[in-house]
Structures are given as structure tokens and as C-alpha cells.
Ligand binder design. Structure first.
Ligand SMILES: [Zn+2]
Length: 87
């Protein structure tokens, strides 16, 4: 499975506390497939949620304490890189 690392458009040096996971529907549930995740500080949780929802994904907020990523880092598990391009 390919994994693509990216960054969100904003610039922030805040401490990452939260992962906003993004799911697409599968098997009759909105949280069927984990497609991507964004690692953010508390100020950018909503930004990440909006980003995933704009891509028709269902965001799920979970803790990411101890992550080595900087705020705005993304990990994308989808096959198509083009789907990750920020709007
Ligand atoms: Zn931030």
C-alpha cells in the first residue's frame, strides 16, 4: 500500500496533539476505510476537519501525543496522489 506524506497549506510551529483521520465509506459505514490522517495542533483541528470534508471524507479526531510530525503534516494512504492536492 503506498503512503504519501504531505503538508497542509498553512504554516504553524504549534505542538502536535491531535490526529484528524479521514475515512471514506465502505461496507455500509462512513468510517469504512482509513484514507488519510493530518497531524495538527489544537488551533488547526477544525482546519484539518474542513480539509477532509472538502474531499468528501469523514473526519475522526483522535489523540496524537508524541507524534514527531509538525503541525499540518499529512499521511495519505490512497492510491491517487492527485486526490491529496490542497484546494
Ligand atoms: Zn497548528
Amino acid at each position: 500500500m503506498p503512503i504519501h506524506f504531505g503538508t497542509m497549506p498553512h504554516h504553524c510551529t504549534g505542538t502536535v496533539t491531535t490526529a484528524v483521520e479521514a475515512y471514506s465509506p465502505a461496507g455500509g459505514t462512513a468510517h469504512g476505510n482509513l484514507d488519510a490522517a493530518a497531524y495538527v495542533c489544537p488551533n488547526h483541528i477544525q482546519t484539518a476537519r474542513d480539509m477532509w470534508q472538502a474531499q468528501n471524507l469523514t473526519p475522526y479526531v483522535t489523540g496524537a501525543t508524541g507524534s514527531s510530525r509538525s503541525c499540518g503534516g499529512t499521511t495519505d494512504f490512497r492510491d491517487s496522489v492527485s486526490a491529496v492536492t490542497p484546494a
